[in-house]
Design a binder for this molecule. Structure first.
Ligand code: SF4
Ligand code: MG
Length: 309
């Protein structure tokens, strides 16, 4: 009988004390445990950055890949063994900066996997430079002057790219994040969970207190849950183009709300054919036996050679 501790490793964790990454790590471990997944059924891929260390701390298969390159490697693993539950984790710099091309094109494919982004608006591992989600005009304590370019909107970008499950959560609300991750993993298709993550060492703007709204006149939390407002981001009829466009449109508009109120929760969900299903339709052998189980050494390829002569 598996226990939560079976998803932990003994690897030393050198994240800064109080880092929001701990909340994300705990939420991933709890989600996998509550979904009754076995460690050998899960593979987690990461890029470079503080978030890149995540697979070291989770007792599943894991691969700490290159900067911005976790998604193509996760894609290859999922195609090789479609029975795996595949997660990719990375930072906003890793995924929305150097990895932005892969971020967009992975969404287009609708591969059945979950992408968890530690979104702290800075490059924490390299001393807090402005990362792609830092809004224009903001200056964290390690910057000499405010950012002169606009930040990217990952929710809107993911919806336009083709991700079929797009959500946002908060690293310090582990229960909400865990439930969001479980829904994302259950979803058949590409899921993005953008996680607002505090970086107490370098981001002195978007702090725990800032998200809690303690300096606002209202003293009310900035974060509110979409699901508690009657918002419904789920497409009921994927064949209905009008409904699909309406749900995408409302999600994109909502995703630009950023200030005294910031929504978290599920922005958009739609059920569309996955990349694996589309490949299987073209290559029936892909569906019958996963590539990892196919006998690559005893295949008769004489017909192929004859066709080349
Ligand atoms: Fe966390 Fe920031 Fe420290 Fe990195 S630099 S471990 S993101 S607090
Ligand atoms: Mg970052």
């Amino acid at each position: 009988m598996l226990e939560l501790k079976d998803f932990r490793t003994k690897v030393h964790n050198d994240w800064c004390p109080g880092c929001g990454d701990f909340g994300i790590l705990n939420a991933i471990q709890m989600a996998l445990f509550e979904m009754k997944l076995e460690p050998h059924e899960v593979a987690i891929f990461s890029g470079i950055g503080c978030s890149g260390k995540t697979p070291h701390f989770i007792n599943t298969y894991g691969f700490h890949t290159l900067h911005g390159r976790s998604l193509p490697i996760a894609t290859g693993a999922k195609l090789a063994n479609t029975s795996l539950t595949v997660l990719a984790v990375g930072g906003d710099g890793d995924g929305y900066g150097i990895g932005a091309g892969h971020f967009v094109n992975t969404g287009r494919r609708n591969l059945d996997f979950t992408y968890v982004v530690h979104d702290n608006q800075v490059y924490g591992l390299t001393k807090g430079q402005a990362a792609p989600t830092l809004p224009k005009g903001q200056k964290t304590k390690s910057m000499s002057s405010p950012a002169i370019v606009e930040g990217i909107n990952p929710i809107a970008t993911a919806i336009v790219a083709g991700y079929t499950f797009v959500a946002r959560s908060y690293a310090l609300d582990v229960r909400h994040l865990k439930e969001t991750l479980k829904a994302a993993i259950l979803h058949k298709g590409s899921s993005l969970v953008d996680v607002l993550q505090t970086c107490p060492t370098y981001n002195d703007i978007n702090t725990k207190e800032w998200y809690a709204g303690t300096e606002l006149p209202s003293k009310a939390p900035r974060l509110y849950k979409l699901e508690e407002t009657g918002y419904d981001g789920t497409v009921k009829n994927p064949e209905d183009t009008n409904e699909v466009n309406q749900k995408k449109g409302q999600a994109i508009i909502r995703s630009f709300e950023w200030g005294e109120k910031i929504p978290i929760g599920l922005f958009y969900r739609n059920q569309e054919p996955t990349f694996e299903e589309m490949i299987a339709n073209r290559m029936p052998a892909f569906k019958e036996v996963p590539l990892t189980k196919q006998d690559l050494y005893h295949r008769d390829i004489s017909a192929l050679f004859e066709s080349l002569t």
